[in-house]
Write a protein that binds this ligand. Structure first.
Ligand code: FES
Ligand SMILES: [Fe+2]
Length: 438
């Protein structure tokens, strides 16, 4: 458990808050490209507690500026898309993509007041279906050469979903390899043929053991955590019969993403992005190492579970996440259906909007969470000392050269698990139709 003061430091995201300042040192997902696909490409974005409006101008260029007009606060989401910016419908003040006011058509002729008026504006970059924004000081860091960014657009599908809780507890479920044996347990195994686009439904590594069975049969993983240039590498070892070990490698990408295997074909890179202190979006990039991603099918699967335009899950605390005690007795550990996103959502939302970590009791299998909090505290301390360069991926290492990360399942002789995991990754990369070599 930690003190209330530390819990506040690690969770709060508004400008000036310690964790918020760390998150601002990195590119943050702000919207899906899909959200700007309609006839009017203008969407409200609340990110790290800041109210913004994202738009594409008539030339196709993206802008992200303050949502409330600096004149008297009207909502620029209703702005007129003109020239290279937005014009406020209230009195016609016009803002360009840099946030500069360039016209005040109701002010006296020759007025130069507009030169003094500027609203917030942040750099934005589109990568494989997600629009990233940089809300921090100085120049944004380069993007690493991770698989989700270097794979061609045909091999990456992006989606998002709303969770009604603080970003940190959302992220912490992703660095907790032990929960998969319980929270996501299926009491019956599904035919892996029906597994496309779903997590934990494939068979494990190169076997015909369903992942569901493996996770169920071996619930006590040994978890190893290694520090890397991008964050943490987590290795969960499950000792099986006959001298075999299941090795599952997942990653924490600082400050608030994870990269995990989804199936033998795909990995998931997922950011847990604060809307404000008490709500967050997960943004995922599903990256295929074999065939192009079937985006229509994956979108359709997920749109059945989410409402637009806010991507709120249809199962949520207002309908008890679809909880069915009969199902819990016979089919699933949670009684909340087969979609593992709902399980994770229940786990993190049911803690409360901001988990009260003064009451928690971390065990040995929470080692990833413990190590991550240590990194976040170190980053907060470094920023307070003005030493931004010592943050992961902010100075020391050659960020643009960072590739991977290795993220897969393997089954190997227990003595050989480490080499077997590297081998399985190398084989997948060698057979990949796009250049996935490390
Ligand atoms: S409030 Fe926007 S122009 Fe007046
Ligand atoms: Fe999970």
């Amino acid at each position: 458990m930690i003190s209330q003061e530390l819990n506040d430091q690690l969770t709060r995201v508004n400008p000036g808050q310690p964790a918020g300042e760390v998150l601002r040192c990195y590119w943050q997902p702000a919207a899906l490209s899909d959200e700007l696909a309609g006839p009017r490409p203008v969407v409200p974005v609340t990110l790290l507690g800041e109210q913004l409006v994202l738009f594409r101008d008539n030339d196709g260029a993206l802008g992200l500026i303050g949502r409330h007009c600096p004149h008297r606060g009207a909502d620029l989401c209703y702005g007129r898309r003109e020239d290279n910016g937005l014009r406020c419908p209230f009195h016609g003040w016009h803002f360009d993509r840099t946030g500069q006011c360039i016209e005040q058509p109701g002010e006296p002729e020759g007025s130069r007041m507009h030169e003094q008026i500027r609203t917030a504006a942040y750099p934005v970059v589109e990568k494989n279906g997600i629009i990233f924004a940089y809300l921090g000081p100085g120049d944004p860091p380069p993007f690493p050469n991770f698989d989700c960014f270097r794979a061609p657009g045909t091999h990456v599908f992006a989606f998002k979903g709303l969770w009604e809780c603080n970003w940190l507890q959302a992220m912490e479920v992703g660095i907790d390899p032990a929960h998969a044996s319980f929270l996501h347990r299926f009491l019956q195994d599904e035919d892996p043929k029906d597994s496309y686009g779903k997590q934990f439904r494939d068979s494990a590594a190169d076997t015909n053991i369903p992942m569901t069975k493996l996770l169920r049969d071996y619930p006590r993983p040994e978890i190893r955590v290694d520090e890397t240039d991008f964050g943490l590498k987590l290795t969960a070892l499950r000792a099986m019969e006959n001298g075999l070990t299941h090795v599952r490698v997942t990653n924490q990408i600082f400050p608030q993403a994870i990269c995990i295997p989804m199936s033998r074909e795909m990995t998931i890179t997922q950011w847990h992005v604060p809307i404000d202190d008490e709500t967050c979006y997960w943004y995922s990039m599903f990256t295929s190492f074999t065939q192009p991603v079937n985006k229509e099918l994956m979108r359709e699967q997920r749109l059945k579970e989410h409402r637009l335009p806010d991507y709120a899950p249809l199962k949520n605390k207002r309908n008890d996440y679809g909880y069915d005690p009969a199902e819990q007795a016979r089919e699933t550990y949670t009684g909340m259906g087969l979609d593992i996103n709902v399980h994770d959502q229940w786990a993190v939302e049911s803690m409360g909007r901001i988990q009260d970590r003064t009451q928690e009791h971390l065990g040995k299998t929470d080692v990833g969470i413990i190590r991550y909090r240590r990194m976040l505290r170190a980053a907060i301390a470094a920023l307070e000392d003005g030493d931004e360069a010592s943050l992961p991926m902010r100075g020391a290492a050659d960020v643009a050269a960072l590739a991977g990360p290795l993220s897969n399942d393997a089954i190997a002789d227990s003595a050989d698990w480490e080499a077997a995991s590297l081998r399985a990754d190398a084989e997948r990369r060698a057979a990949c139709p796009w250049d996935a070599k490390l």
